[in-house]
Design a protein around this ligand. Structure first.
Ligand SMILES: Cc1ncc(COP(=O)(O)O)c(C=O)c1O
Length: 394
């Protein structure tokens, strides 16, 4: 018994996204990559903006010594200051470098925050459908997952949320634009969620942190504007990265930002820095920190994703699929054409179209499409979607 039960359990339940990734590889081996239409991932095919390569080349040619050394575990002061300035520009806030910790992407940021804030038995609330990795991160750090449903538009049911928040609630994670639905929370939604949290904090005499995962905050459609959480709630923490907005997921660069007015802000920040170090991240990658400091305010164009959204949404709805129209990110979460979403995804697989069953996101009866793919994949997938839809036509 070399591997403990909790790891065995995690591996076996796995992330369905990851499992689909492995199945995708097997399919590609069997049929040839060009004959498989893989919509199971969130791996941007867009290249980073040209400014990224320019900065990378400048750094490669730089004669400055020490470019590759360790630095403060929170990250370079210059980088944190550039990020704070950008937040202030976008949200009219007064952040300084002291409220920012650089991390190895949003995934590390979430782990650092959860490691720091959770005492065994603390509860963390997720709205369904949720990004599956949250479940593993929370349980890794001895937290208990509580889920709260959304309505038919995937907007949190505030009446039910209110009943889920209890004495043991330590944090709530929100994610807008959302993976897997593409839904964006407007000001009213943010107001309603934080209103409940304010009242519950008072009722229980506890601190309930709101963790806002903003990995897709710059991929917004239809002229929608980014809605910061900061004006709504002082007990809030943003975790984010440049994996999607600068198309750099392999480079592992992101950050944590904590509200300047958060209770015990310094204690939490010191905890984040300690957790960043002792979880073994040590610090975020040095070269990437230097580059993103110069690229704040730049992002890949959302218009390409919006065009794909339009094309895919129009094609699928015309075939009979029922979908909440995404307003951001690069995912769609249509209803499965039969109650068993796993069986439905298997039917799509027979047409060599790879998607992920909704049960992996805590919401059976749906499936997720990641449409950050090239045209060949999209066109091939649409043929498969049509064939399967025709089986269900009455
Ligand atoms: C909602 C959400 N949060 C966090 C992450 C992690 O992103 P990263 O660690 O690359 O920043 C992802 C990745 O797909 C995601 O979809």
């Amino acid at each position: 018994m070399s591997v403990p039960e909790r790891i065995k359990k995690g591996t076996a339940s796995g992330s369905l996204v990851r499992r689909m990734f492995d199945e995708g590889l097997a399919f590609k081996k069997k049929y040839g990559a060009e004959n498989v239409f893989d919509l199971s991932l969130g791996n941007p095919i867009t290249e980073p903006p040209m400014e990224f390569k320019q900065e990378l080349l400048k750094l490669a040619e730089s004669k400055s010594p020490g470019l590759h050394r360790y630095m403060e575990n929170a990250g370079y002061v210059d980088t944190r200051a550039a990020i704070a300035n950008n937040i202030n520009k976008e949200a009219g806030t007064k952040f300084t470098e002291n409220e920012i910790v650089m991390t190895c992407g949003a995934a590390a940021a979430l782990n650092v925050v959860l490691r720091t804030i959770l005492t065994p038995g603390d509860e963390v609330i997720l709205f369904t459908p949720y990004f599956p990795e949250y479940f593993h991160y929370i349980t890794h750090h001895d937290g208990i997952v509580k889920t709260s449903p959304t309505d038919e538009q995937f907007i949190p049911r505030i009446d039910l949320f209110e009943k889920t928040v209890g004495l043991k609630t330590r944090a709530v994670i929100i994610n807008s634009p959302n993976n897997p639905t593409g839904v964006v929370y407007g000001e009213k939604v943010l107001h309603d969620i934080t209103d409940v949290l304010k009242r519950k904090q008072k009722q229980y005499g506890t601190q309930i942190l709101l963790i806002s995962d903003e990995a897709y905050s710059r991929i917004l459609f239809d002229g929608l504007k980014y809605q910061p959480i900061w004006p709504h709630y002082s007990e809030s923490i943003v975790v984010t990265s440049h994996s999607k907005d600068l198309a750099l997921p392999g480079e592992r660069i992101g950050y944590i930002a904590i509200h300047p007015g958060c209770t015990d802000k310094d204690g939490l920040l010191n905890g984040f820095i300690y957790s960043n170090r002792t979880l073994g991240f040590v610090n975020a990658p040095a070269l990437m920190q230097r580059i993103v400091a110069r690229l704040q305010g730049i992002s890949v164009p959302a218009s390409n994703y919006q065009n794909t959204r339009d094309y895919l949404y129009n094609s699928l709805t015309e075939m009979g699929y029922s979908i909440v129209k995404p307003q951001g990110a690069f995912y769609m979460f249509p209803e499965s054409l039969q109650p068993d979403d796993f069986a439905f995804v298997s039917e799509l697989q027979q047409e060599r179209v790879l998607t992920v069953p909704g049960q992996g996101f805590g919401t059976p009866g749906f499936f997720r499409i990641g449409y950050c793919v090239d045209n060949r994949t999209l066109e091939g997938a649409l043929i498969g979607f049509r064939k399967v839809a025709e089986i269900y036509k009455i």
